[in-house]
Design a protein around this ligand. Structure first.
Ligand SMILES: CC(=O)SCCNC(=O)CCNC(=O)[C@H](O)C(C)(C)COP(=O)(O)OP(=O)(O)OC[C@H]1O[C@@H](n2cnc3c(N)ncnc32)[C@H](O)[C@@H]1OP(=O)(O)O
Ligand SMILES: O=C([O-])CC(=O)C(=O)O
Length: 372
């Protein structure tokens, strides 16, 4: 019997088609439903991009107004949910709190098991509306602060910043934050989206798929890298120490967080836009030292390994300068990626086939049980 080829990590394996987004490593491009992500970041609100991912087209003014009304009216968390989340130990990582919140929101949704595309669109909007309040709760409790009531007179990004930081910052900061949400929204069959599709393929519910996706995103090889970038910046301390730090870290076989990508080998399509957003935030927030450190690590990293930064590399320091605590960086990624995940969940559901690969057994040959 010939040994089948093993595709470790499913690298290069094509498992399905998708209409949601296209990652093209040859042209370093990323499109959502045919629109370049850079154009969307420059011209659209995050709410418009969410609509596009869910429905395939940008919204008309009326469609956007209806979605905004529905989203704004669902932003608040119930008192029960707030108290349950605050009862978690304060050592819990914000990603654990977020994962728990989604699970509770599922258990308390009477339509949880109504597994249709239409019902899932309502659930997707519900999670989209509520996740900023959960992220905000995790940051505020770290500072001994109670949650703030969301404001329905503010756009999604403005309200997100308000409920977390207690004020709406300058328009440039809001715009940089919104840019990061647009860039983080969707990226084809990455590990967390694939996780959501695997769970959906068993005909399980949307909340279960999102809960599992949060677990997949938490890891430092995926979304957790935006926090890990900030941790290494803190460890290095200043630009003049970056090269020596790297020369010590690489022989120790350390993974340098924020560099490399499974699909892009010549640079992540989203980095130039986020690097520009970081620059704008740095100018307003006295961030030149962090920008210097950014460049001082990226240059020798490329020289030593030929690896480019991925989106997490500029996003981490940008969130830091905006005023977010490092442990809420990956939760922000969740609040953006909920749009892409739920678009994929519905795409999977609409043309479902159980996802179940095979493996080559490499354990002991069959043997008899001999109990002493
Ligand atoms: C939003 C996102 O999820 S983007 C990804 C965020 N993750 C990170 O930033 C974590 C750091 N990066 C990595 O661990 C990897 O680059 C991954 C997981 C993103 C991609 O992994 P793969 O596609 O399996 O890596 P790839 O095959 O390109 O690796 C080739 C070589 O480069 C090395 N390499 C890849 N990335 C890094 C890195 N960041 N630091 C050091 N070495 C690295 C690998 O160890 C491997 O070396 P080897 O041949 O000596 O074993
Ligand atoms: O595509 C990937 O493997 C990871 C990534 O960049 C993302 O999910 O945004």
């Amino acid at each position: 019997m010939s040994t089948p080829t093993i595709h470790k990590g499913l690298a290069g394996v094509v498992v399905d088609t998708t209409e949601v987004s296209m990652v093209n490593p040859d042209t370093n491009s990323l499109t959502y439903r045919g629109y370049a992500v850079q154009d969307l970041a420059a011209h659209c609100s995050f709410e418009q991009v969410a609509y596009l991912l869910w429905h395939g087209e940008l919204p008309t003014p009326q469609q956007l107004a209806e979605q905004n009304d529905a989203e704004r009216s669902q932003r608040a968390l119930s008192t029960d949910l707030v108290e349950t989340l605050l009862a978690l130990p304060d050592t819990a990582h914000p990603m654990d709190t977020l994962r728990t919140a989604v699970s509770i929101l599922g258990a308390t949704d009477p339509t949880e098991d109504v597994n249709t595309v239409e019902a899932n669109q309502q659930k997707a909007l519900r999670l989209f509306a509520k996740l900023p309040a959960v992220v905000a709760l995790t940051q505020r409790r770290r500072h001994g602060l109670r949650p703030l009531t969301p404001r329905d007179d503010l756009g999604f990004a403005e309200n997100f910043l308000y409920v977390t930081l207690g004020e709406v910052p300058e328009p440039e900061i809001v715009r940089a934050f919104e840019t990061s949400l647009v860039l983080y929204a969707e990226h084809s069959f990455n590990a967390s989206t694939f996780t959501a599709r695997v769970v959906t393929s068993t005909l399980s519910d949307l909340y279960s798929a999102v809960t599992a996706a949060i677990g997949a995103l938490k890891g430092p090889l995926h979304g957790g890298a935006n926090e890990a970038v900030m941790e290494i910046f803190t460890e290095i301390g200043s630009a003049d120490r970056a090269e020596a730090w790297l020369q010590q870290a690489l022989p120790e076989k350390r993974k340098i967080m924020g560099f490399g990508h499974r699909v892009y080998k010549n640079g992540d399509s989203r980095v130039p836009t986020m690097r520009q957003a970081l620059q704008e935030v740095a100018e307003l927030r006295n961030g030149q030292q962090l920008l210097d450190l950014y460049e001082a690590l990226a240059k020798p990293m490329y020289a030593a390994k030929g690896l480019h930064p991925n989106l997490d590399y500029p996003a981490g320091p940008a969130y830091h300068l905006m005023g977010f605590d490092t442990p809420v960086f990956t939760p922000i990624f969740v609040a953006a990626r909920i749009t892409g995940w739920t678009a994929h969940i519905n795409e999977q559901l609409a043309a479902n086939s159980l996802i179940r690969p095979t493996s080559v057994y490499s354990g002991p040959a069959q043997r008899a049980v001999a109990v002493a």
